[in-house]
Structures are given as structure tokens and as C-alpha cells.
Ligand binder design. Structure first.
Ligand code: NAD
Length: 709
């Protein structure tokens, strides 16, 4: 055996004599075997070496890392060195004169799978997963994936993999793999036996590009139906349609022309604002965990047991996250029946998941066994973390934290799920404010990915680090924020509801406002959202915030009138809309526009026709402006953190990258100028609510972006 280590790619020859040696090409580029320049260069060198060695009869490409390859090195996306391009490497592999066998020892994604598809044979184990997730970055597989996968997996299967980006287990892809072994442990041995068989059978070369697609397997209706099927979830995205067109090209064009078409579509995607936004978001999500408040040397605390106070809507959902991660939870309520009710609801949720096939009945019982209940604080004496989710009232929260301070062991982390209250005031009820932190989960807490981690004035670095790391364990994306009313997400959403109401006062109707916002890409408009959440929720928040809003007599008056008339939303069958019995479909109600008309008359507001553009700008731009204030105040550390909060917490369209990226994309001057225009044109309302943030003004004047900060 000869060995020649080429850094990112290692090359060795397995001596078998008789000119039947096997060249082993190992990709080794930790952590995910990304196809960086060094790997591409290494692969070319290794293949060329194997081809020029007469003793070598076959070539194996594999990896000694956990992954076969995670795909392109996305850090090269922003101005990397693309030479040699991946397609050139794949050409060399596919056109090699000796059989090349990909041995997938672990998952292969994106370019990693494209490498395997360009080989002449593929071998793996049954549970291994492969996929082409490029669509999630707003692009498509640009190294032949859209042309080769349909030839091997079949058009329908490939279409779904490419457009959805979802990985698929190897055992479900018989056309792609020439050998699928049951156990991962036996892969290498069986792969070598397979390799020898290929050599002994005459070293036949099977090029994917030479496979012809039977047009009967890909009738036009297949594509039409697929387009219809994904229309709703692909709404607003640019790449899915291009992915479909690329697969259509695989069916209608010869291989090389298909590759050219794929290249054109790839470039269209790369140049799209949607790809910029999705790639921004990809990095934003990862950057959220990079915070300056701690470093590698900061210790963390063990979280082995959790207490939750309040088994209501939030407490129950939060508890499920921990049980799902195998961490035992004690839930505390003051009364046994509230506790029983909370635990019964959790069981029902798990049983519903089991009905849908997402959990086995045994798993339901395993998770329920991790959830204990108590009505005595003494049972929380040994928990490492306790999360309070009781009523949103300062006096109640402070009483809870006093009790926790008395019973919890030293070093236990005391967290509050408050949405709006001052965390420092809550912490002041304890003798250990350094251990107090906000963990703001979003509803439904077992589903929503976002966790705002709120650091108080005295929260210690190790408590911040521990909770940020714990978030990953319970499958949440954590964003660190500071203390202010509503923190980042709910503080910014305030303007959203306020402006929607005001637009109605000025003559827009709820369905018009909601349509503009839905078409922008939000999951629903503000009036539908208000009805779903309950119009009374906002009403109570307004009652407690009178000092900040009473200077504006028009502030959410329509929402106030709705609540006063019992129109609290979906749960009452009427709110900003009407709802038929048992239905969630909003029906426009002229009575609501009448309320707006009367209030406008009473307040002397002139009603008029309002354009879609004005609706959009008046609802979205103040939200961005508030984001700028939040950055100036240091409540969020970076604009991308705000984007993560908005995409994961509020359904802001990921193809716009979040509100701050959207502002960067359309230009901060556009946002600033519009804020000034509305400030000047909307009378008192403009003066009250459209003051441009100084940071927005500064960046707009300097021609800069939020992401430049
Ligand atoms: P909820 O009314 O559904 O549940 C509150 C639970 O706390 C009830 O079961 C109640 O019996 C219990 N409780 C009240 N006082 C208690 C005490 N002293 N000791 C023990 N248990 C007590 O309310 P929720 O919607 O789950 O909200 C809880 C907290 O979460 C609030 O601070 C709220 O602002 C916050 N929050 C709510 C949402 C949401 O969408 N519902 C989202 C994020 C945060």
C-alpha cells in the first residue's frame, strides 16, 4: 500500500496485484467535508494520479469524516475562489476511463451528492440520507444535480427532492444506489467486495449522463400537478420554479444542453434578491449564537432537571420541549385541578402527534413519564433551571420569584417567560439577580423555533451561556436581547397593529390591509392575526400602557370598540371579521367598516382611498424604524438578530431575509424618505409615530446598510 496525504484529500492505493489495485480517495475536510477549493483541487489530483497509474483498475471516493460531504463551502459564496469549479471536477470523474465508485459512509448533501452522482457506481447503507438542499439557500444544484438525479432516481422523486430540499434515506432510492447494505458497520468490507466484482466483471463504466429518461415517466401533467401542489408553500420564493424548470430540461434536452440550461437557471437564482435574502438568513441564524457576553472560557452549569411554574398554555408547551429532549420536568401549579388540566393537555398533544404517526405510543409514555407535577415549592429544591410561566402581572411574578429564591438550590437558574414585564424588577424580588434571566418562548411553545433570551442588568455570563447552549438541546434558535418593553419582537410588532388600525380609521378595510400584508409574504394580515390571538390580548396590553399612548386619542380605537362590543376574535365568532360556527375563515363584516366610519367622524379623521403601497409602507417601515432604535439602544446586538426573531417568531418571509435585510435590500434611503413623508403628511399621527430613528437617518445619509454596522 502506498500513501500520499494531500491535506483535504488523501490518496492511497490498495495493492491487489495483477493490475487490479484500487485507488482510495478520501475527502477529509472537517467538520462537514465541504467541497472547498482544497478539496476540489485534491480530487482532481487524486483522480489524475489514479488514471495515470497502470496498476490501478478502479477508484473509490469516500470520506473518513462523519459526512460523505455536506456540499459546497458556502463561505466561498461571497467572493470566494471558484477555480476549479465543481462541474469541472465532476466532468473528470464521469469521463474517467476507469470505474469510479462512490462509497457514501455518511450523508451527502448538495455538491456532495452531485459528486456521488457523477461517479459510475454508488454504494451506501440503508439508513444513510442524501439530499439536494440548495433551494433553501434560494438557488438550485448547479453541478449537474438537476440533470443527473432524475436520470437515476426517476423524475418524480428527483423533482420532489430538488424542489423541497428534503433529504431522503438511501433505501428509498434504489435507482441511485447500486448496493445498499443494511448495516453501516459492514459498509467498507462490502464496498470493497463490490469494487472487486466491478473489476472482475470487466470494469464496465456506467455514466449517469448516458442514462436516457423514459418520457412516459415524466408527462407534462407531472409538472403541472407538482406546481399546483407546492403553490402555497412556494409563494414568493424564486428558486422552486427554477428547480422545476431545470428538471423539465433534464427530460426535454440532451444531457449537455440540460447542463447548460441548469447553469443559466442557477445564475438567475444566484442573482435574485430572494437568494441574497435566504443566504443572509442562513448566516444570520448561525451568527445569533455568536455573542460577546461570554467566550470559550466562560463555564456553563449543568441542566439535568427543570421546574416550570404554571401549567397553562405556555408552561405546558415549554415543558414538552424538555421532555422531548429527555430532560425531566416538575410542573408547579397552586391548585391540583389546574395541574391535572395542564398535564392532560400535554398528553392530548402527544397523543395527537402519535395519531399522525410522528411518535409511537411508547414514546408518548416515555415523555409523559418525564413530566411530574406538584403543588409545593419544596419539590423544586433540586432543579437546575426553573422557568416561570404564570399570569403576566408583576406582583404575581415577584411573589413566585420570592418563593423560588427561598427554595431553589444555590446556582439554580431562575427564568421568566414574561412577554413584556421588566426582568430587572422581577430579579429584584430575589437575593440572586445574577441567576435570573428571561426565556421568552413563542406560542405554541412546543412548535415555534424562536427563543428570545433576555439578559437582565445583573444576569451573569455563565447563566447567559448556559441558556443559549440549552436552547440548542431543546431544538430552539436562541437570540440574546436586552430588557425593554416587549423585548425585540413584541416591541416591534406594536407599530404593526397600531398602523393597521389607523389605516382602517383613514378608510382602508381589514381585508384590503390583510391582503397587502399577506401578499408581501406574511402568513396572515394584522386583522386576521388579531382575531386569532384574541383582540382582548392587545386590549389588556393597551390598558396597562396608557401612559405611553394616551396622548393619541386615535390609538387603536377601532380595536378598543371591537373588544367593548364583545368582538374579541375567532373564539367569539366575531372580531375584525365574522366567523361561521366552527370555521376559521374570516368573512368581511360591513358592521366593522361602519365602526371605523363613526370613529373617523368622531375624531375628525378624513376617510379616503389608500393605495397598496401606502398600506405596505405604513405597516412595515415603522417596524424597521423600531428595529433601528432597538439597535441604537443595544437591545439587539446586530441587525441580523432582529431578522432571526422576525422570521422564526412572526413568520416574516424568509425570502425577504427579515425586516432589516428587507430594508437593506430596498435601500435605507427609501425607508427613511418614506418615514419623513408620512411624518409630514399625516398630521398629528405622523408627528407622533413616524419620527425616523437617528440611526436610520445616519445610515441612509451615508448610503450604508444595517448589515454594515
Ligand atoms: P395561562 O393563563 O394559559 O397560564 C398561566 C398558568 O399559571 C395558569 O395555569 C395558572 O393557573 C398558573 N398560575 C398563575 N399564578 C400562579 C402561581 N402563583 N403559581 C403557580 N401557577 C400559577 O397563560 P400563558 O398564556 O401560558 O402565559 C404565561 C406567561 O407566558 C405570561 O407571562 C405570558 O405573558 C407569557 N407568554 C405568553 C405567550 C402566549 O402567546 N400565550 C407567549 C409568550 C409569553
Amino acid at each position: 500500500m502506498t500513501q500520499n496525504s494531500m491535506q483535504a484529500v488523501a490518496y492511497e492505493v490498495l495493492e491487489q496485484g495483477n493490475n487490479k489495485n484500487v485507488a482510495l480517495v478520501w475527502m477529509q475536510n472537517p467538520p462537514v467535508n465541504a467541497l472547498s477549493k482544497s478539496v476540489r483541487v485534491g480530487l482532481i489530483a487524486a483522480i489524475e494520479q489514479a488514471l495515470s497509474d497502470d496498476s490501478v483498475a478502479a477508484i473509490v471516493i469516500s470520506s473518513k469524516q462523519t459526512l460523505f460531504s455536506g456540499g459546497a463551502d458556502i463561505s466561498e459564496f461571497s467572493g470566494g475562489d471558484f477555480e476549479p469549479p465543481l462541474p469541472k471536477v465532476l466532468d473528470l470523474i464521469e469521463n474517467a476511463s476507469k470505474p469510479v465508485i462512490a462509497v457514501l459512509n455518511g450523508p451527502a448533501f448538495g455538491g456532495g451528492l452531485e459528486v456521488a452522482l457523477s461517479c459510475h457506481y454508488r454504494v451506501t447503507f440503508a439508513a444513510n440520507k442524501v439530499g439536494l438542499p440548495e433551494v433553501n439557500l434560494g438557488i438550485l444544484p448547479g453541478a449537474g444535480g438537476t440533470q443527473r438525479l432524475p436520470r437515476l432516481a426517476g423524475v418524480a422523486q428527483a423533482l420532489d427532492m430538488i424542489v423541497s430540499g428534503r433529504p431522503v434515506a438511501a433505501k428509498k432510492l434504489p435507482g441511485v444506489f447500486d448496493l445498499v447494505v443494511e448495516q453501516a458497520e459492514s459498509l467498507l468490507n462490502e464496498a470493497m467486495a463490490f469494487c472487486n466484482k466491478v473489476i472482475n466483471d470487466g470494469a464496465i463504466i456506467k455514466r449517469t449522463s448516458e442514462v436516457t429518461i423514459d418520457p412516459n415517466t415524466a408527462p407534462a401533467e407531472l409538472f403541472t400537478q407538482y406546481r399546483q401542489g407546492i403553490a402555497k408553500q412556494a409563494r414568493g420564493f424564486f428558486a422552486p420554479e427554477r428547480c422545476i424548470q431545470a428538471v423539465e430540461a433534464a427530460v426535454s434536452l440532451p444531457f449537455l444542453q440540460g447542463l447548460d440550461r441548469e447553469g443559466e437557471l442557477f445564475m438567475e437564482c444566484m442573482a435574485s434578491k430572494e437568494a441574497r435574502a435566504q443566504q443572509h438568513f442562513f448566516f444570520a441564524e448561525r451568527a445569533a449564537s455568536h455573542v460577546k457576553d461570554y467566550d470559550k472560557t466562560t463555564p456553563t452549569r449543568d441542566i439535568r432537571k427543570v421546574g416550570i411554574i404554571g401549567a397553562g398554555t405556555m408552561g405546558g408547551g415549554i415543558a414538552m420541549n424538555f421532555a422531548n429532549a429527555g430532560i425531566p420536568v416538575t410542573m408547579l401549579e397552586l391548585k391540583q385541578d389546574a395541574l391535572d388540566k395542564g398535564l392532560a393537555l400535554i398528553r392530548k398533544n402527544y397523543e395527537n402527534s402519535a395519531k399522525k404517526g410522528k411518535l409511537s405510543l411508547a414514546q408518548v409514555e416515555e415523555r409523559m413519564a418525564l413530566l411530574g407535577g406538584s403543588t409545593s415549592y419544596d419539590d423544586l429544591s433540586d432543579v437546575d433551571l426553573v422557568i416561570e410561566a404564570v399570569f403576566e402581572k408583576m406582583s404575581v411574578k415577584q411573589a413566585v420569584f420570592k418563593s423560588l429564591d427561598a427554595v431553589c438550590k444555590p446556582g439554580a437558574i431562575l427564568a421568566s417567560n414574561t412577554s413584556t414585564l421588566d426582568l430587572d424588577e422581577i430579579a429584584a424580588a430575589t437575593t440572586r439577580p445574577q441567576d435570573v434571566i428571561g426565556l421568552h418562548f413563542f406560542s405554541p411553545a412546543n412548535v415555534m423555533k424562536l427563543l428570545e433570551v433576555v439578559k437582565g442588568e445583573k444576569t451573569s455570563a455563565d447563566v447567559i451561556k448556559t441558556t443559549m447552549m440549552m436552547a440548542k438541546k431543546i431544538n430552539k434558535v436562541a437570540v440574546l436581547v436586552g430588557v425593554c418593553f416587549g423585548f425585540v419582537g413584541n416591541r416591534m410588532i406594536e407599530s404593526y397593529g397600531r398602523e393597521a388600525n389607523r389605516l382602517m380609521l383613514e378608510g382602508a378595510n381589514p381585508e384590503h390591509v390583510d391582503k397587502v400584508i399577506y401578499d408581501f409574504g406574511m402568513p396572515m394580515g394584522p386583522f386576521t392575526m388579531g382575531d386569532m390571538a384574541g383582540q382582548d390580548i392587545g386590549y389588556f396590553v393597551r390598558q396597562s400602557r396608557q401612559e405611553f399612548i394616551k396622548h393619541d386619542p386615535s390609538y387603536c380605537v377601532i380595536a378598543d370598540r371591537l373588544v367593548e362590543q364583545g368582538r374579541v376574535g375567532l373564539k367569539a365568532g366575531k372580531g375584525a371579521y365574522l366567523y361561521a360556527e366552527g370555521s376559521r375563515v374570516p368573512i368581511p363584516d360591513p358592521a366593522v367598516t361602519e365602526i371605523a366610519k363613526q370613529e373617523a367622524e368622531r375624531l375628525g379623521v378624513e376617510q379616503r382611498n389608500i393605495s397598496d403601497q401606502e398600506i405596505l409602507e405604513r405597516i412595515i417601515f415603522p417596524l424597521i424604524n423600531e428595529g433601528a432604535l432597538i439597535l441604537e439602544e443595544g437591545i439587539a446586538a446586530k441587525s441580523s438578530d432582529i431578522d432571526v426573531i422576525y422570521v422564526y417568531g412572526y413568520g416574516f418571509p424568509v425570502y425577504r431575509g427579515g425586516p432589516m435585510q428587507y430594508a437593506d435590500e430596498i435601500g435605507l434611503k427609501t425607508v427613511y424618505d418614506a418615514m419623513c413623508k408620512y411624518r409630514d403628511e399625516l398630521g398629528e399621527h405622523g408627528k407622533n409615530w413616524f419620527k425616523p430613528a437617528p440611526l436610520l437617518k445616519k445610515l441612509a445619509e451615508q448610503g450604508k446598510r444595517f448589515s454594515d454596522l
